[in-house]
Design a protein around this ligand. Structure first.
Ligand code: IMP
Ligand code: MG
Length: 169
């Protein structure tokens, strides 16, 4: 495994994102919706660095088998509360093809939140257009399979405090 983003670089960027979100949502009380399992560490650090009150909820979806998106997104576990008329910020680990995020956005928009934004830590460079529509993106990374800081390969590596890339098969 090759190290891609160090712990201190991650921490610095996550604090920046938290500062920006806190500024953008001052006088509101957004619901941070963490996408499980990959976003758990990012969400924990992001929430801790916020200077405004937030609520936290989780959505558990799966779309990946090993290194390849199956293309079928499944909702394993739903939110614990209604998000109708709430300011929602989806917190995701990584966007690759964008299929998972497309499903999540469509699903959550149906519940009529007041606003819906996406905060993703990693934007993987692929053929799709860049994530201009997302307000908060941590890092753009080259193609390759990223692990650590919540991200897994077959449920391994999630505990690492940095982001690494594992070798192609
Ligand atoms: P997409 O649907 O192709 O955008 O894939 C996004 C989902 O697949 C994310 O929610 C991740 O959990 C997972 N994923 C995509 N790329 C990687 C990666 O490089 N490492 C770990 N998980 C990934
Ligand atoms: Mg994920």
């Amino acid at each position: 495994m090759k190290k891609l983003i160090s712990k201190s670089t991650l921490q610095r960027r996550v604090r920046e994102l938290a500062r920006q979100i806190s500024f953008d949502y001052q006088d509101r009380r957004p619901v941070l919706v963490g996408i499980l399992k990959g976003s758990f560490m990012f969400l924990a650090d992001l929430a801790r660095a916020m200077t405004i009150p937030v609520e936290i909820d989780f959505l558990w979806v799966t779309s990946y088998q090993d290194r390849h998106s199956s293309g079928i997104v499944r909702l394993n576990s739903d939110l614990s509360q209604s998000i109708k008329d709430r300011d929602v910020i989806v917190v995701e680990d990584i966007v690759d093809s964008g299929r998972t995020m497309k499903y999540i956005i469509k699903n959550l928009k149906n519940r009529r939140p007041r606003s819906l934004q996406v905060c993703c830590l990693l934007d993987k460079k692929t053929d799709r257009p860049p994530l201009r529509t997302f307000s908060y993106v941590g890092f753009s990374i080259p193609p390759g399979f990223a692990v650590g800081y919540g991200l897994d390969y077959r449920d391994q590596y999630r505990h690492l405090p940095y982001i690494g890339v594992i070798d192609a098969e």
